[in-house]
Write a protein that binds this ligand. Structure first.
Ligand SMILES: [Zn+2]
Length: 270
């Protein structure tokens, strides 16, 4: 398989994981930037992520237009979230948009910011801005339905990893599919831990900036630990057979090497 085939294969896996982990349901989506054309990205046609296969993935320009003029299938209405973020953030290679309920309260009140409180939530970053579509667009149906709205959301996201969308959901941006999936899976878990801690009362102890930085320093999208989660989630979601070990561009061919066969234990002579 070519590198692009592998990437689109990973996009199918990402869809299935997000569905299995209840980050998305019938709605919500995940995209990946074209590796050779930074002005394009891949996103499925309008279909629940749980059902997506390779054939459902379409190529888009950053203004949300389907590249193939013969494509008749409907795209997601909110594809402008992805285009807006890819346009404003050259460092971002993958984007998730979802409506996970556990994060919603934190976009409704200014009392408690959604920040990392558990180690696995550290990757959401210390600043999680809240985007309110009404600030610029007044009364809407709350959906990001055009280029201007996508760009405004991306502006609010700024250099952060996550933006909450008031009364709607969140957008997550990361350097790879594995990273954006990981972040999107742990974001609602971090929100639940924070929510429960609030119910216990007392002052909330968030992760310090130093702790968040230390977690980031130890992170690699190609490490054994990161891939372990991807493999586990994919298998749980029924697409374990699609998983291929990614090549670490920094490590060259070494990371793509198959693990050496275990040497048979020497038989003891009787
Ligand atoms: Zn939405």
């Amino acid at each position: 398989m070519s590198a692009l085939d592998n990437l689109l294969n990973d996009l199918v896996i990402a869809n299935r994981i997000l569905a299995k982990e209840d980050v998305v349901d019938a709605y919500g989506h995940v995209s990946v930037r074209h590796p050779d054309r930074p002005d394009r990205f891949f996103l499925a046609r309008s279909l629940a992520p749980e059902f997506i296969t390779r054939d459902d993935i379409l190529e888009f320009s950053l203004d949300g237009k389907v590249v193939d003029p013969n494509e008749k299938r409907a795209p997601y209405l909110e594809r402008f979230i992805h285009g807006g973020i890819f346009e404003s953030r050259p460092d971002v290679m993958a984007v998730v948009h979802a409506h996970a309920e556990d994060i919603l309260p934190f976009g409704l009140t200014g009392n408690t910011p959604l920040r990392p409180v558990i180690h696995s939530g550290s990757f959401i970053g210390s600043n999680v801005p809240v985007w309110d579509i009404a600030d610029k667009f007044g009364d809407t149906n709350l959906l990001v339905a055009n280029v201007e709205q996508g760009q405004d959301l991306a502006k609010c996201l700024g250099s952060a990893n996550i933006a909450l969308m008031r009364g709607h959901g969140f957008a997550a941006a990361a350097r790879s599919l594995i990273e954006v999936v990981r972040m999107s899976v742990y974001l609602p878990r971090n929100a639940r831990a924070l929510w429960r801690a609030k119910q216990l009362g007392g002052e909330i102890k968030y992760l310090s900036q130093g702790e968040i930085d230390a977690r980031n320093r130890g992170y690699s999208p190609y490490s054994v630990e990161t891939w372990r989660a991807w493999h586990y989630w994919a298998t749980k979601a029924g697409v374990g057979k699609l998983v291929t070990r990614p090549t670490d561009p920094k490590a060259g061919k070494a990371a793509a090497k198959k693990p050496a066969k275990k040497a048979k234990p020497a038989r003891r002579k009787k």
